[in-house]
Design a protein around this ligand. Structure first.
Ligand code: NAD
Ligand code: ZN
Length: 378
C-alpha cells in the first residue's frame, strides 16, 4: 500500500510499504478515508523529537472497517469509524477511569499509546491506505454510515477532543473567562469548546493573522502577542487581574515575542494571565529530556518554569496527552445533533500524494493550511 514515510527532518515521501495485517483476534483493519496532519507531527517533522527514518506518521484517522479478528464483536466490515489517537486496551485501571491516553497495557514502560508517534508504542500511523487497529472494540468509535460530516468526524480523532480536554483540565465552567495561548488547530478547538461550555469571554493569543481571524470568527477575542505583552493586553481588556482559566495549546516550540531574547515558555505567560487561584490546562506538548540534552526546546521546558510565581498565585494545573477516547462519543453526538461544527478549522483536503507539499506549507503556517486533511483513496 502507499503511505507517507519519514526520512529525516523536513523530508517525507509517499511510498509503497508492506500492507498491515491482523496480529491478534482483537485487531481490525481499517481502510483510511481521511487522515489529518497535526501540529504534533511537526515535532518529528522539524526534528525536535527524534524519529526513526522509515516510520509512517498519522494519528488522526478515520475510515471504513475492512476486516475484523474473531474476537471483535462491536464493529464489522463496512462500518464507518473514527479512531481517537489513544491506542488503549479499555480494561486497565487508567482506561477504566477514562484516562485513555495513559493506558497501562499497550505501551509498557511509558504511559499510553498512539498511532504513528515515536515513544508512544510500536503502532504504525494512518497517513496510509490501511491501518491496523488493536483492541478494535475499544479503539473504533462508530459513525453514521455515508459520507456526511466527514470533515467534522475526522477531527474526533484528536483536535476536537484534545481542545475539549484542555477545557476540562483547566476546569472551565459556564460564565467564566478563558485565555487560550496558540491559535493552531488545537488552540482553536479549545476556544471553541470553552464557548460550547458557556464561557463568557474567550481570548486567543497568537501572532499568525489568519489563525487569529478564525478565532474571531467563532466569537473569541484575538490577541496578537507581537503587539505587546499578551497578559497585559488581556488584563486591560477585562479590567481584572487575569482570566479564570488558562490553556496552553502551544507547548515547547513557542516562538519569541517582540523584545524577548528567547521565547518565554507559554506556561510562564499563563501564570501571569490567570487570576490568583485560577487554573491552567496544558495540552501543548512538552517532551521529557535530560537537562543536558542537545535540544534547547526540551531543556527550556524542563528548566524555566517559574514555579515561585505559580505558587505565589495559588494556581492549579492539569497536563498530558488528551484522553481523546473519553470524549469522542459525546462530541460525535453533538456533531450529529448539529450543535457542533468543528470543521470551521479545516482549510484543505488533498490526496495522500500531495502530503509532502502539505506538510511543508502547514509547517510554514501558510494561509489556507491551518488544518490539512489527507485522503488516501483519492
Ligand atoms: P500548531 O503548531 O499548528 O499551533 C501552535 C500555534 O502556537 C501556532 O499558531 C503558533 O503561531 C502559536 N505560537 C507560537 N508561539 C507562541 C507564543 N509564544 N504565544 C502564543 N502562541 C504561540 O500546532 P497544533 O496542531 O495547534 O498543536 C498545538 C500543540 O498541541 C502542539 O504542541 C501539539 O503537539 C500539541 N498537541 C497535544 C495533544 C495532546 O493530546 N495533549 C494533542 C494534539 C496536539
Ligand atoms: Zn494530532
Amino acid at each position: 500500500m502507499r503511505a507517507l514515510v519519514y526520512h529525516g527532518p523536513y523530508e517525507v515521501a509517499v511510498e509503497e510499504v508492506d500492507d498491515p495485517r491482523m496480529e491478534a483476534p482483537t485487531d481490525a483493519l481499517v481502510r483510511i478515508t481521511t487522515t489529518a496532519i497535526c501540529g504534533s507531527d511537526l515535532h518529528m517533522y522539524e526534528g525536535r523529537t527524534d524519529a526513526e527514518p522509515g516510520i509512517v506518521f498519522g494519528h488522526e484517522n478515520m475510515g471504513i472497517v475492512e476486516d475484523v479478528g474473531s474476537g471483535v464483536t462491536s464493529v464489522r466490515a463496512g462500518d464507518r469509524v473514527v479512531l481517537p489517537f489513544n491506542v488503549a486496551c479499555g480494561f486497565c485501571k487508567n482506561c477504566r477511569a477514562g484516562k485513555t491516553a495513559f493506558c497501562l497495557t499497550v505501551n509498557p514502560g511509558f504511559a499510553g499509546g498512539a498511532y504513528g508517534y515515536v515513544s508512544m508504542g510500536p503502532y504504525r500511523g494512518g497517513q496510509a491506505e490501511y491501518l491496523r487497529v488493536p483492541y478494535a472494540d475499544f479503539n473504533c468509535v462508530p459513525l453514521p454510515a455515508g459520507t456526511e460530516h466527514e470533515e467534522d468526524f475526522a477531527l474526533l480523532a484528536d483536535i476536537f477532543p484534545t481542545g475539549y480536554h484542555a477545557t476540562e483540565l483547566a476546569g472551565v465552567r459556564p460564565g467564566e473567562t478563558v485565555a487560550v495561548y496558540g491559535a493552531g488547530p488545537v488552540g482553536l478547538m479549545a476556544a471553541y469548546s470553552a464557548l460550547l461550555k458557556g464561557a463568557s469571554r474567550v481570548f486567543v493569543v497568537d501572532r499568525v493573522d489568519n489563525r487569529l481571524q478564525l478565532a474571531e470568527q467563532i466569537g473569541a477575542t484575538p490577541i496578537n502577542f507581537t503587539a505587546g505583552d499578551p497578559s497585559e493586553q488581556i488584563k486591560d481588556a477585562l479590567s481584572e487581574d487575569g482570566v479564570d482559566r488558562g490553556i496552553d495549546a502551544v507547548g515547547y516550540q513557542a516562538t519569541a515575542a517582540e523584545g524577548e531574547e528567547q521565547p518565554a515558555i507559554v506556561l510562564n505567560h499563563l501564570i501571569s494571565t490567570v487570576r490568583p487561584t485560577g487554573s491552567i490546562g496544558t495540552v501543548g506538548l512538552y517532551l521529557p529530556s535530560d537537562p543536558g540534552a542537545p535540544n534547547e526546546h526540551a531543556a527550556q521546558g524542563l528548566l524555566l518554569l517559574n514555579i515561585g510565581r505559580f505558587f505565589e498565585r495559588g494556581l492549579r494545573m492539569g497536563t498530558g496527552q488528551a484522553d481523546a477516547k473519553a470524549y469522542a462519543h459525546q462530541l460525535r453526538d453533538l456533531i450529529v445533533a448539529g450543535r457542533a461544527k468543528p470543521s470551521f478549522v479545516v482549510s484543505k483536503q488533498v490526496p495522500l500524494s500531495e502530503a509532502p507539499d502539505a506538510y511543508a506549507r502547514f509547517d510554514n503556517r501558510e494561509p489556507g493550511y491551518s488544518k490539512v486533511l489527507l485522503q488516501p483513496g483519492k
